[in-house]
Ligand binder design. Structure first.
Ligand SMILES: [Zn+2]
Length: 281
């Protein structure tokens, strides 16, 4: 995918190389049991309260701005591109898009407005402080454990988390909360599939909005679809416990995640991403 000439806004808070927060390491066992829940998730407050009880996290503050390294710059360009796309989308409705407070890059563990963030959780968005949290070692997991290779797969992950931020701004996150957190048609699943669709909307519009500087070709879209499939609840459950338990779904199946990403990527229209009104998820 094309991205190196893309605009950089430096909406990055770099905590890499900082000491992990106190209380973050000892609770690793608790958090590891929750990986399936957290992968690409919003951070559920009820689960995090368990994590919190092991030690109140101190909120570290990292360096803000454009990172020096290529890995950090990639995240910066993709976040900036999502901001440009969502600014356009919101403006079409006479509204103003407010980007997330930052994308926080960190190693292993860090304090967040939602409790202690752990790399084992995978990337997540914290609605309380409006930040996306990302340990770049997740890219290795994405290509190794999940088998999703390439920059477009990574961009999909970032755009999905930004999708949660959009849902926070529009109030859909509260709507999902009211519907409940568990089960195949829960608010949590509807929220996740909508974030996948929003990632598709970004993929559809990035090229035009950036004047061709950030662009996904057909192979890149296929990579994004592959990543969406790799993190479906059914696929993850089959890997970790050898069977599929729809009552425990929090993100949707591989087929659903691919389909909703494709809806966004083919229409470029967030109105098409109404997973709350859809008769079939
Ligand atoms: Zn998610």
């Amino acid at each position: 995918m094309r991205w190196r000439g893309g605009r950089r806004s430096g909406n990055i808070e770099d905590r890499r190389g900082m000491a992990p927060v106190a209380g973050g390491i000892g609770v690793g066992g608790v958090v590891l049991a929750l990986i399936g829940y957290f992968v690409f998730g919003i951070s559920p407050q009820d689960t995090l309260s368990v994590v919190n009880s092991a030690g109140a996290p101190s909120q570290a503050v990292g360096e803000r701005g454009i990172p020096d390294d290529e890995g950090g710059q990639f995240v910066d360009v993709i976040e900036t591109s999502t901001a440009d796309v969502w600014t356009q989308v919101f403006a079409e409705r006479g509204q103003r898009y407010e980007p997330p407070a930052a994308v926080v890059l960190y190693d292993q563990a860090t304090g967040t407005g939602c409790g202690t963030g752990q790399a084992a959780m995978g990337p997540f968005y914290c609605p309380a402080d409006r930040k996306v949290y990302l340990d770049l070692s997740f890219w290795r997991e994405l290509s190794g454990r999940f088998g999703a290779e390439g920059e477009a797969a990574r961009a999909y992950v970032i755009a999905h988390e930004i999708g949660h931020h959009v849902q926070n701004l529009t109030g859909q996150m509260r709507r999902a909360d009211a519907l409940g957190r568990q089960g195949a048609d829960s608010g949590a699943v509807r929220l996740e599939l909508q974030a996948d669709c929003y990632a598709g909307v970004w993929a559809a519009r990035a090229d035009e909005v950036s004047g061709g500087q950030v662009a996904l070709g057909p192979n890149d879209i296929a990579q994004g679809l592959g990543a969406a499939a790799a993190v479906g609840d059914d696929t993850l459950q089959r890997q970790s416990q050898g069977r599929v338990v729809p009552d425990a779904f929090t993100h949707g199946t591989s087929e659903q995640r691919m389909r909703w990403f494709r809806v966004g990527a083919e229409t470029g229209d967030p109105q098409a991403c109404d997973t709350f009104g859809a008769p079939r998820l």
